[in-house]
Design a protein around this ligand. Structure first.
Ligand code: SF4
Length: 221
C-alpha cells in the first residue's frame, strides 16, 4: 500500500474548532496547494517523510487519546488521506479533518468532523473555495448532523465583511458552527469581537488556544 507524506505527529491541546481545549493527537500531512500569506505551517510545504497507515496507527497508539486531528498543509492533496481517515475511525477514534476548502470533500467519510477553512481575500488565497463544497457540506449535514464546521481566518475589516456576506449568502449559520478567527498579528481580537456583536452575527469568535498557551513555540503544538 502506498505511503502518506507526514510532516509531524504530536500530542497537544486542540486549539481551534468547537473541540478547542481537548487533548488531541495531530497528524500533520505535508504539502499544500495554497500559499496563504499568514501561514504558520509553511514548513509543511516542502518537508515530510513517507509513512504507511499501519505505522501511523502504531505511532499514535502511544498517546492515550481518542481524539485525532488530521491537518496540514492540505491533507486532501494526498491520495491516501481518505484511507487514513477510515483507518482511524475503524480504530474507534473521534476524527477531525482540517481542510482549506479548495478541494472537494466528497471522499471524506461522514463520521469525520470536517473543518472547512474558507480563505478570505486578504489571505492571499482568496477565490480558491471549491464551488461544489457548499452543496457537499449541506449533503453531509443531512446525512450526519455535526459532521462539518466552517472557519474563516480574518486579517482585516474587508475580510470580516467578506466572511459575513459569504455566510449570509449561503444561509450557513443556522446549519453548522461558524468560526471567525483573527490573524493575531494583524487584527485585534477585540475589534473582531466588536464587529460580530455590532452585526449580531450567529458566529463564534475563535482564538487560537495553542498560540495563547505556548506563544514561543511554533511547531508541535
Ligand atoms: S492552506 Fe493552511 S497550510 Fe496551506 S498555505 Fe494556507 S495556511 Fe498554510
Amino acid at each position: 500500500m502506498p505511503n502518506l507524506n507526514i510532516s509531524e505527529i504530536f500530542y497537544s491541546i486542540q486549539g481551534e474548532s468547537t473541540y478547542a481545549g481537548l487533548p488531541c493527537v495531530f497528524i500533520r500531512l505535508s504539502g499544500c496547494n495554497l500559499r496563504c500569506n499568514y501561514c504558520d505551517a509553511d514548513y509543511t510545504w516542502e518537508e515530510g517523510e513517507p509513512q504507511g497507515i499501519e505505522s501511523i496507527l502504531s505511532e499514535i497508539h502511544h498517546f492515550d487519546c481518542d481524539l485525532v486531528e488530521v491537518t496540514g498543509g492540505e491533507p486532501l492533496t494526498q491520495e491516501m488521506t481518505p484511507e487514513l481517515l477510515t483507518a482511524l475511525l475503524k480504530r474507534g477514534k473521534k476524527v477531525l479533518l482540517e481542510t482549506n476548502g479548495s478541494i472537494g470533500i466528497d471522499r471524506v467519510p461522514d463520521d469525520v468532523v470536517t473543518i472547512v477553512d474558507v480563505k478570505c481575500p486578504d489571505s492571499g488565497s482568496g477565490d480558491t473555495f471549491h464551488p461544489d463544497n457548499i452543496d457537499l457540506i449541506r449533503q453531509r449535514l443531512q446525512r450526519r448532523a455535526g459532521s462539518c464546521e466552517l472557519k474563516f481566518v480574518i486579517s482585516s475589516k474587508k475580510d470580516y465583511q467578506w466572511a459575513r456576506d459569504f455566510v449570509s449568502f449561503h444561509g450557513l449559520a443556522p446549519l453548522l458552527p461558524v468560526l471567525f478567527s483573527p490573524v493575531e498579528t494583524r487584527l485585534a481580537s477585540s475589534d473582531l469581537a466588536a464587529w460580530i456583536m455590532e452585526d449580531g452575527l450567529a458566529v463564534r469568535l475563535q482564538l487560537q488556544l495553542h498560540t495563547i498557551l505556548w506563544p514561543d513555540i511554533s511547531r508541535g503544538i
